[in-house]
Design a protein around this ligand. Structure first.
Ligand SMILES: Cc1cc2nc3c(=O)[nH]c(=O)nc-3n(C[C@H](O)[C@H](O)[C@H](O)COP(=O)(O)O)c2cc1C
Length: 185
């Protein structure tokens, strides 16, 4: 394969499409986020990179809590809306029906099949963005999206983000932690 250099940029092959839920002055606000991933297994943690200018930052500063929520394909319009409009200019509290869990200050959309409550573990100032690392306090999963008691991707139908485009999840290629066993030198 021929390679060229394309310069440094925040590239990742594919990303999740999530909604960050915060309370600002007691009101829910939802922001679309793709720059998010797992940060730790024990204790379970997630992280999300949020630009300092986002209204969402005010909510995390205020309560030290946030939610990371997984919208399904059918929520793509509302999800993109939360990435186009800022809570500083427009009230987004009515875009979803909010509910609260044990943290009380991390709103979650009823409509999302999986919602995750996080307490702030640490924030790292990276430059334009703050990396928020959240300790997972609870996960709420819709019963219709479970197989054998666990969240099932084929039922959740999460939205994949890449190249300014939303994709669905494609077909299985192989089983992880298993395909490699076929490797021969
Ligand atoms: C698909 C998509 C992914 C986004 N991912 C992020 C992200 O990871 N971090 C971020 O700071 N902004 C991200 N944004 C931009 C924010 O969602 C957008 O600026 C939003 O209006 C901020 O809302 P807020 O000001 O109410 O917090 C994304 C937008 C879209 C459409």
């Amino acid at each position: 394969m021929d390679k060229i250099t394309v310069g440094p940029m925040p590239f990742m092959s594919v990303m999740p499409t999530l909604l960050v839920g915060v309370n600002v002055k007691g009101k829910p606000n939802y922001m679309t986020a793709a720059w998010a991933t797992v940060a730790c297994m024990a204790p379970p943690m997630l992280c999300v990179a949020i630009n300092k200018a986002r209204y969402t930052v005010k909510g995390i500063d205020e309560n030290k809590t946030f939610s990371l929520n997984v919208p399904s394909e059918k929520m793509v319009v509302e999800t993109d809306h939360c990435g186009l409009v800022s809570g500083s200019n427009e009230d987004k509290s009515g875009v979803f029906r909010s509910f609260y869990g044990k943290l009380k200050t991390a709103p979650m959309p009823e409509e999302c099949p999986v919602t995750i409550e996080c307490s702030l573990f640490k924030s790292v100032e990276c430059g334009s963005h703050l990396l928020y690392i959240g300790k997972i306090e609870e996960i709420h999963a819709d019963t219709s999206c479970l197989t054998d008691g666990k969240p099932d991707i084929e039922k959740i139908r999460p939205i994949v983000y890449a190249q300014h485009t939303y994709f669905g999840v494609g077909k299985q290629v192989e089983k992880a932690f298993s395909a490699g066993k076929k490797y021969r030198k």
